[in-house]
Design a protein around this ligand. Structure first.
Ligand SMILES: *Cc1c(COP(=O)(O)O)cnc(C)c1O
Length: 425
């Protein structure tokens, strides 16, 4: 029997035992009509598939990989940590150390809890907001993603200003009726909701930079407006910084845009590639969490010693060299310029949204400031762009509605090579 298998063979076999052959839907490459590549290993800016191909990776595991893959110093610390035990279900010094580091980086997170996924962090933060305000309704924005908990898998109902309806089978209607949907960058849509339901709204949850519909930047004053209107109605403002935390700046989007939320969720980078996420905020609010208060939340693997080790080392490396944020932004800008130039050369409408090391290119005439703009992109064109990049050894997101992530490990030469391939389309 041959033990070596190609991506195609592995995909076929995986489908027998895993729904769609993957453990998260986007990995199936359905949107781009290709067979997913099965990864063998990754190092620095490169990812290698089981077929022997070598790609420059701009997915970075969807965000955690800001230092590049398998960073020597992180791996070394993790290796040491595993010998001390994989999980204890009891408190450790490392959890305290990581919490202190997070608090120092993001001062609004005075009290925080560690959990194992972004989904769990957001779900818990919303429970805290409801428990603290004693209100049930929440506001989210169309096109923002906050994990797959029931109340957040929603789409707009038929009439404006009514509560949302499930956007996934298996979610009861009653689980989404307290979720209201506003439009990103549209203050009026938020104002209208608050005029009608303001006193019942526990919180607004928002991605301060929307990075799950491609990349959509907040327009001037939008985040400030959310801060003001939540203050006015006694609702809380939650920044879902699962992507932006430690990516936009060491202090996340709240430092970058100078708007302070009541609660923040972190994930991805904070675990340095291990399953780890965090939610936290103002002391007075977070004191509702059990065992201090009546909001229950728990986790067998929460604050896992190996995950906290990877998180601590990753944050240490970022903190000891804050210049890297300018460095990766500069590299990202080069890629953005190449995308714009490619559009000009082909006489093709292209919109390029970029902030820090987050980047996305849309094939549309329209400026992309919201979900409607994002969905105006020509998805067949994205598919051909994706195929061109993959076939030339550049691994980008297999979906229009995801960000391109640049890391510290991408060299100038690799960025240049990527630009050349973008221009060859
Ligand atoms: C990835 C993501 C989540 C969900 O995190 P998981 O670890 O995948 O559960 C939540 N919010 C945002 C903004 C994300 O990008």
């Amino acid at each position: 029997m041959r033990t070596y298998k190609t991506s195609e063979q592995l995909f076929e076999q995986s489908k027998n035992v895993i729904p769609g052959g993957v453990n998260s839907p986007v990995r199936a490459f359905l949107a781009v009509k290709r067979t997913p590549v099965f990864i063998h290993h990754a190092k620095g800016s490169h990812i290698y598939d089981v077929d022997g191909n070598d790609y420059i990776d701009y997915v970075g595991s969807w965000g955690p990989g800001i230092l590049g893959h398998a960073h020597e110093e992180v791996i070394e610390e993790v290796q040491k940590a595993v010998y001390d035990g994989l999980t204890f279900g009891a408190p450790t010094k490392k959890e305290y150390q990581l919490a202190e580091m997070i608090h120092e980086a993001i001062p609004s997170m005075e009290l925080m809890r560690m959990v194992s996924s972004g989904t769990e962090a957001v779900m818990s933060a919303i429970r805290v907001a409801r428990g603290y305000t004693k209100r049930d309704m929440i506001v989210k924005f169309k096109g923002c993603y906050h994990g797959h908990s029931d109340g957040l898998l929603v789409k707009a109902g038929s009439a404006a200003l009514t509560s949302a309806v499930p956007d996934s089978a298996g979610v009861p209607r009653s689980y989404t009726e307290n979720t209201l949907i506003a439009l990103y960058n549209d203050k009026d849509s938020v104002r209208e909701i608050f005029e009608q339901y303001g006193e019942k709204i526990a919180c607004i949850i928002v991605e301060p930079v929307a990075a799950n519909m491609g990349v959509v930047l907040p327009q001037d004053g939008f985040l400030e407006f959310l801060r003001e209107i939540t203050n006015q109605y006694g609702s809380l403002l939650i920044f879902d910084e699962v992507i932006t935390g430690f990516r936009l700046s060491y202090g996340g989007a709240q430092q970058y845009y100078k708007v302070t939320p009541d609660l923040t969720t972190l994930g991805k980078i904070v675990g340095g590639g291990m399953p780890m996420a965090v939610y936290g905020g103002k002391r007075e609010i977070m004191e509702v969490v059990s065992p201090l208060g009546g909001v229950y939340q728990a986790g067998t693997l929460s604050g896992n010693p190996v995950a906290t080790t990877a998180g601590i080392k990753t944050l240490e490396l970022l903190k000891s060299n804050l210049g890297i944020y300018d460095e990766i932004e500069e590299k990202t800008r080069c890629l953005a310029e190449a995308m714009k130039e490619a559009g000009r050369r082909k006489g093709e409408p292209v919109q390029v949204n970029q902030v820090g090391s987050l980047l996305c290119c849309y094939f549309t005439e329209q400026q992309v400031n919201d979900y409607q703009g994002a969905t105006s992109s020509d998805l067949d064109r994205y598919t051909s762009y994706f195929g061109h990049m993959l076939d030339h050894g550049i691994y980008i997101a297999p979906s229009q509605f995801e960000a391109m992530f640049v890391s510290l490990a991408h060299t100038k030469e690799e960025i240049q090579k990527t630009c050349d391939i973008i221009l060859q389309q």
